[in-house]
Ligand binder design. Structure first.
Ligand SMILES: *[C@@H]1O[C@H](CO)[C@@H](O)[C@H](O)[C@H]1NC(C)=O
Ligand SMILES: *[C@@H]1O[C@H](CO)[C@@H](O)[C@H](O)[C@H]1NC(C)=O
Ligand SMILES: *[C@@H]1O[C@H](CO)[C@@H](O)[C@H](O)[C@H]1NC(C)=O
Ligand SMILES: *[C@@H]1O[C@H](CO)[C@@H](O)[C@H](O)[C@H]1NC(C)=O
Ligand SMILES: *[C@@H]1O[C@H](CO)[C@@H](O)[C@H](O)[C@H]1NC(C)=O
Ligand SMILES: *[C@@H]1O[C@H](CO)[C@@H](O)[C@H](O)[C@H]1NC(C)=O
Length: 928
C-alpha cells in the first residue's frame, strides 16, 4: 500500500472531525493482532476489515507509536431485510471500517468513488455500494495473537477528500422501513388541529403551579409473572459483564450503556458533559475518566445540501477525543478495570480499580444533568490530567471549611474549577507536576469535583454554593389532572457529600425542562448556561428537585381521527360511502399472512393496520357486518402471538431481563428484526401490538381479560412504570430526562444512543394511552397522555425543526427534521436510505389521531414547502411507492382536502399505500 503514513493519518484525523466517526484511529484491541483474514472472505459472507496492519500506521499525530486500528462505526442498527451479497473482496475508500447492520450489506456511495478507486467487487463488477457488516460479525476475524496470520489486506485511502461523509448507512434503495408489499390504509386526521402551544424558544416565566395531585402516572402495571408459554433463557448472545452488583433488571437503552458494552471506551452523555474511560487512548494515554465539553465553534459539519432550501449541512457532530480534563489516579494503568454499579433510570456509578480485586477505587456517580463530575476516591493518589494542557493551577479560598478549591486555566483559555473534599479534612495540596498532570496526596480518601466555568466570578459563586455535594440517583413522580388537561412530573435526586443536608444540588436542565418548570422551580434557575451536545443550552439550577408542568394534554384524543376540535367523530355521509367502497378490497387481504412474519416490527405494524382498518369500518363508517369477519380473523391473528406460535416466538431473557424475539438466538444474527434481541426499538415493535390490542379490546371488552397479561408484559418491557419490578427495568425506552425514547439497545456506540422515528415513539405513547383506557388502567392512560405532552415539546425543540429553532445549529435546521438524532451528533438520513421521503416519512408514520398534536401545523407546513411541494426537490407527487401515501396522509394535518383528493382518486394504485397502513384509514384520516 503505497501511501505515506503521516498523510494517511492526516486524512483519517481530518475525517474524524467531519462526522465520519468510522475513521478515527484507535488502539487495537489488546488481545488481537491488527491483521485480518481477508483471503478467507470468499465464502459469500463479506468479511470486511476493521483493523489495519501495524505497518500501515506508525505514528499518530500526537506522536505515539504503536498499533492502531480504525474505529468501528458503531452505530449499529440493522436495516429491514437481509442483503445477501457475494462480495469477495473489498477495501474501503474514505470509509475505512464502517460497519453496522448485522448482515452484509452495501452503503450507497458516490459513483465516482465506486468505479474509480474501489477494490470492492460484486460479481466481478465494482460494488454498487460500500460493503460492510456489523461489528459483532467482525470479531471472529480478528485473530487471537497466537494463531497464524492468514493474510494481510490492502487499504486504499482516496486522495480526494472533498467529500464530507456523514451518511451512515443508507442501504440501497430497495431497503425500506415500509412494508415489503403495498396495501392500503386509513387514519383520519383532525382538520382542526389543536392549537397546542408550541414551545417557546427560551425559558418563560409563566406562573405554573405544581400539579402533583391527580392521577398518579407511575402506578405498577402488573405483577403478573411471564406467561408460561414464553420460555426463559439465560444464554443471551451478549452476556452481562462489567456490572457486578446488579442481578436485577439492567436498563439497556440508557446513556451509560457504553460503559459495560464492548471496549467500554465510548462516552456516556450526561449533559452538559460527556465522560468516557480514556483507556490508554491518545493523546494523554491515561486510564482515568475523560471529561469532555464541546463549545459550538468546535462542531464539525457535513456537506451542504444543494437541493434543500437554505443549503443546510447534512450532519453535525461534536468531536470526540478532546481530553480537556481527566480524573485519574497514579495507580491507574493498563491493568485498570472499569465496572458499572447501580445502573438505574437516571444514573449509574462508574468504578475504576487498579486491578480487578483491588480494594482501592475511584467511583464516579454519573447522573443526567450533574453539575460537577465527581470522583469519590478510596486510597488512591489523585491525578488530574489534560490533553489540552494546563496553563495555570491556582489555589483559591475555600467555599466552606473542609472544601479545597482550585482554579485551572487550560491552554485554550477555558477555565475549570476543582473542589477537593478530603475525608480527613487535610489540605490536599494539589501540585502542578507538568503541563499535563496535577497530582494529589497518596492514599487519598474523599471527593474531587470538576466543573467548567464559563462565567468567571459569577460562575464561581454558583459552583461554590453547591460544591461538596453531588447527586447519586434520581426518582420520578408524576400526576395528571384530566379535567384541566394538565400533567406534571418531578425529578428528585438522591444526594451525598459534605454538609449534604444543608447544601443544595447544582443540576443542569435542558431547554424543554426550563420551558415547563413550575413556578417554584423557575426560582432555581441561575443565569449560567452550558452547551449540550445535541439538546441546545442547558441551564444550571440550584435545588434538589424540579417539577415540570405540561398543559394541553391530549386527554380527549381517542381512536377517531378528528377529536381535536368539535368533539364529534361523525364522518360525512359521502366520506362514509367512499370508505365503504374502498374498504372491502383491503379487508379481504390475507391477515394471517401479513401478520405472521419473522419480524415483530412488521408483524405488529400489520396487526395495527388491520385493527385501524376494522375500527374505521366498524365505528366510523358504522358498517359492522362488513367488518365482522376481518375482526374475527384479526383476533385470531393476534392470538398467534399470545400463544407464542409466531415464526420467531418471544423468549424471556434472564440476563438483561426483558422479552425479546428468539430470532437472534436461532440465527446468531444480532441485527435480526432491527436488533430486537439486543433491545433495539422495543417501543416501536411492541407499540403496534399494544395499539392493536387497544382497538380489539375497545370492541370486545370480554377479550381483554384473556389477553391482558400478555399485552401488559409488552408495556412493562418497553416502558415499565416502576423501578421495583424484578422482571423489567423502569422505562427502558422512554428517557424521562431527555423527554423522548432512545431506540438503540445493547450496542456499543461512539455517538451514544439514538432515535430515528419520533413518530413511532409517539405511537408508543399513544398506544399505551389507548390501551390504558381500554383496559381500565387509568395510570397507564395518564402516563401515555403525559408522555405525549412531553414528546410534543421535545420533538418541537430537538427533532422537528421549525425555522425559529434555537436548539440545533443554525447550519442544520434547514433540514427540518434531524433524521437520526444521537446523543453526540445528528444526521439528516435514515438507517435504510437517504431519500428525502424516507428521512421525513419515518418521522410521520404511522399517521394516528395524535400525529397533529406532536407535529404542529406550522412545522408540517414548513416541512412540506421545503421538501415536498410541487416546487421542492422531492415533490410528493413524484415520490414512489408507499412513501407517497405517507406524505399525503401527513398533508392532511395542514390540507385535509388535498389529502382526501389524493386518496379518493380513481383508479387508485394501492402501491401508493405502505403495507403497514391502509387507504381506508388514510381516507378517514383526511375526512376527519
Ligand atoms: C483514483 O485514484 C487516482 C490515482 O490516485 C486518482 O488520480 C483519481 O483521481 C482517483 N479517482 C477518484 C474518483 O478519486
Ligand atoms: C477548549 O477545550 C475544550 C475541550 O473540551 C473545548 O470544548 C473548547 O471549545 C476549547 N475552547 C477554546 C476556546 O478553544
Ligand atoms: C502495560 O504497561 C506496561 C508498563 O508500561 C507495559 O510493559 C505493558 O506491556 C503494558 N501491557 C499492555 C497489555 O499493553
Ligand atoms: C485477584 O483476582 C484474580 C482473578 O479475578 C485472582 O486470580 C487473583 O488471585 C486475585 N488476587 C488477589 C490478591 O486476591
Ligand atoms: C469502591 O470503594 C468504596 C469505598 O471504599 C466501596 O464501598 C466500594 O465497594 C468499592 N467498589 C469496588 C468495586 O471495590
Ligand atoms: C422513587 O422512590 C420511591 C421511594 O423511595 C421508590 O419506591 C420508587 O421505586 C422510586 N421510583 C423510581 C422510578 O425510582
Amino acid at each position: 500500500m503505497a501511501f505515506s503514513t503521516p498523510i494517511w493519518l492526516g486524512a483519517i484525523m481530518l475525517m474524524a472531525i467531519q462526522c465520519l466517526t468510522g475513521a478515527q484511529a484507535l488502539h487495537c484491541l489488546s488481545d488481537f493482532d491488527c491483521i485480518v483474514d481477508i483471503g478467507g472472505a470468499d465464502d459469500k459472507f463479506f468479511t470486511p476489515v476493521t483493523q489495519l496492519p501495524p505497518t500501515t500506521v506508525q505514528v499518530l499525530a500526537t506522536g505515539s507509536p504503536g498499533k492502531y486500528c480504525t474505529t468501528l462505526e458503531r452505530d449499529v442498527r440493522p436495516s429491514s431485510q437481509p442483503f445477501p451479497t457475494e462480495i469477495v473482496y473489498a477495501t474501503f475508500e474514505e470509509r475505512i471500517g464502517l460497519l453496522h447492520p448485522g448482515f452484509p450489506h452495501l452503503d450507497i456511495a458516490p459513483y465516482s468513488i465506486l468505479i474509480s478507486n474501489s477494490t470492492c467487487y460484486y460479481k466481478e463488477e465494482p460494488c454498487p455500494g460500500l460493503p460492510h457488516v456489523e461489528e459483532t460479525r467482525v470479531a471472529p476475524w480478528l485473530r487471537p495473537k497466537s494463531t497464524s496470520v492468514l493474510g494481510t489486506f490492502t487499504v486504499t485511502v482516496t486522495k480526494t477528500r472533498s467529500r464530507t461523509d456523514c451518511t451512515p448507512y443508507p442501504i440501497t434503495g430497495s431497503q425500506s422501513k415500509l412494508f415489503p408489499t403495498g396495501t392500503a390504509s386509513l387514519y383520519p386526521f383532525p382538520t382542526t388541529t389543536l392549537s397546542h402551544s408550541s414551545p417557546a424558544s427560551s425559558g418563560t416565566s409563566i406562573p405554573r403551579p405544581p400539579v402533583m395531585s391527580g392521577q398518579n402516572v407511575f402506578e405498577p402495571i402488573s405483577t403478573d409473572p411471564i406467561p408460561a408459554n414464553i420460555p426463559a433463557r439465560n444464554d443471551h448472545p451478549l452476556q452481562k459483564k462489567n456490572i457486578w452488583d446488579t442481578p436485577g433488571p439492567v436498563s439497556t437503552n440508557k446513556f451509560y450503556a457504553n460503559f459495560f458494552i464492548g471496549s467500554q471506551a465510548n462516552y456516556g452523555f450526561v449533559h452538559p458533559y460527556a465522560v468516557g474511560w480514556a483507556k490508554g487512548s491518545a493523546p494523554v494515554k491515561s486510564d482515568g475518566l475523560v471529561i469532555s465539553h464541546i463549545e459550538a465553534d468546535k462542531l464539525a459539519f457535513g456537506n451542504k445540501s444543494d437541493t434543500i432550501p437554505g443549503n443546510p449541512v447534512q450532519c453535525y457532530i461534536n468531536p470526540i477525543g478532546i481530553q480537556a480534563m481527566i480524573l485519574s489516579a497514579s495507580e491507574l494503568d493498563n491493568s485498570t478495570v472499569l465496572s458499572v454499579s447501580k445502573p438505574l433510570a437516571f444514573s449509574a456509578d462508574i468504578i475504576l480499580q487498579p486491578q480487578s480485586n483491588s480494594t482501592s477505587n475511584v467511583t464516579f456517580p454519573l447522573v443526567q444533568g450533574m453539575g460537577f463530575v465527581t470522583g469519590v476516591y478510596t486510597n488512591l493518589q489523585p491525578a488530574i490530567q489534560s490533553g489540552v494542557f494546563f496553563r495555570e493551577l491556582a489555589s483559591a479560598a475555600p467555599p466552606r471549611p473542609g472544601i479545597f478549591k482550585y482554579r485551572i486555566s487550560l491552554e485554550n483559555s477555558t477555565t475549570w474549577l476543582i473542589y477537593v473534599t478530603p475525608e480527613n479534612g487535610a489540605d490536599p495540596k494539589l501540585e502542578l507536576v507538568d503541563n499535563g498532570l496535577i497530582r494529589g496526596p497518596t492514599g487519598f480518601k474523599g471527593t474531587i469535583q470538576i466543573a467548567k466555568n464559563p462565567k468567571g466570578g459569577a460562575g464561581e459563586t454558583i459552583y461554590d454554593r453547591s460544591a461538596g455535594v453531588y447527586a447519586t440517583a434520581a426518582n420520578m413522580t408524576g400526576a395528571v389532572s384530566a379535567s384541566d388537561k394538565r400533567g406534571s412530573y418531578k425529578l428528585a435526586w438522591e444526594k451525598a457529600g459534605k454538609d449534604v443536608n444543608s447544601t443544595q444540588l447544582l443540576m443542569f436542565a435542558l431547554p424543554h425542562h426550563v420551558q415547563s418548570f413550575d413556578t417554584a422551580t423557575q426560582g432555581m434557575k441561575t443565569d449560567m448556561l452550558m452547551r449540550t451536545t445535541t439538546k441546545g443550552m442547558a441551564t444550571a439550577c440550584v435545588g434538589d428537585s424540579w417539577t415540570m408542568v405540561e398543559e394541553d394534554l391530549p386527554i380527549d384524543i381517542g381512536f377517531a381521527p378528528q377529536i381535536l376540535g368539535s368533539g364529534t367523530t361523525d364522518l360525512s355521509e359521502a366520506a362514509k360511502q367512499k370508505i365503504k367502497e374502498v374498504a372491502p378490497n383491503e379487508l379481504s387481504q390475507d391477515i394471517h399472512q401479513q401478520t405472521n412474519l419473522d419480524s415483530m416490527y412488521f408483524s405488529g405494524k400489520a396487526l395495527a393496520k388491520f385493527a385501524m382498518l376494522v375500527y374505521t369500518v366498524r365505528e366510523l363508517a358504522q358498517d359492522i357486518p362488513l367488518s365482522e369477519s376481518p375482526f374475527q380473523t384479526l383476533k385470531d391473528a393476534f392470538k398467534t402471538f399470545v400463544d407464542n406460535k409466531q415464526k420467531f416466538p418471544l423468549v424471556y431473557d434472564e440476563v438483561w431481563k426483558g422479552v425479546v424475539s428468539s430470532g437472534t438466538y436461532e440465527t446468531g444474527d444480532p441485527g435480526l428484526d432491527f436488533g430486537n434481541a439486543f433491545y433495539n426499538d422495543h417501543h416501536f415493535h411492541y407499540g403496534y401490538f399494544i395499539l392493536a390490542a387497544a382497538i380489539i379490546g375497545h370492541f370486545e371488552p370480554s377479550w381483554i381479560d384473556a389477553n391482558k397479561v400478555w399485552v401488559n408484559m409488552l408495556v412493562r418491557d418497553a416502558a415499565n412504570s416502576v423501578s421495583g419490578d424484578a422482571l423489567f427495568p423502569f422505562s427502558r425506552g422512554f428517557d424521562w430526562y431527555n423527554g423522548h425514547s432512545w431506540a438503540k439497545g445493547l450496542f456499543e456506540s461512539i455517538d451514544g444512543k439514538d432515535q430515528e422515528s419520533t413518530s413511532e415513539d409517539t405511537m408508543f405513547a399513544y398506544a399505551i394511552k389507548m390501551w390504558g383506557k381500554t383496559s381500565g388502567d387509568a395510570s397507564m392512560e395518564a402516563r401515555g397522555n403525559l408522555m405525549l405532552g412531553i414528546l410534543s415539546r421535545t420533538l418541537n425543540n430537538y427533532f422537528l425543526m421549525k425555522s425559529d429553532n434555537v436548539n440545533q445549529p443554525k447550519e442544520f435546521i434547514g433540514n427540518k427534521v434531524t433524521g437520526i438524532l444521537f446523543e453526540n451528533k445528528a444526521e439528516h438520513t435514515t438507517y435504510f436510505g437517504a431519500n428525502l421521503e424516507y428521512i421525513h416519512g419515518i418521522h410521520m408514520l404511522p399517521l394516528i389521531p395524535s400525529s397533529g398534536y406532536t407535529r404542529s401545523k406550522d412545522f408540517v407546513r414548513e416541512e412540506w414547502d421545503a421538501m415536498f411541494s410541487e416546487q421542492a426537490s422531492t415533490s410528493a407527487s413524484k415520490v414512489q411507492g408507499g412513501w407517497q401515501g405517507v406524505l399525503y396522509a401527513n398533508l392532511a394535518i395542514i390540507d385535509p382536502t388535498a389529502s382526501w383528493n389524493f386518496f379518493a382518486q380513481e383508479p387508485f394504485d394501492l402501491a401508493k399505500v405502505d403495507g403497514g397502513a391502509s387507504r381506508t384509514w388514510y381516507l378517514a384520516y383526511a375526512a376527519g
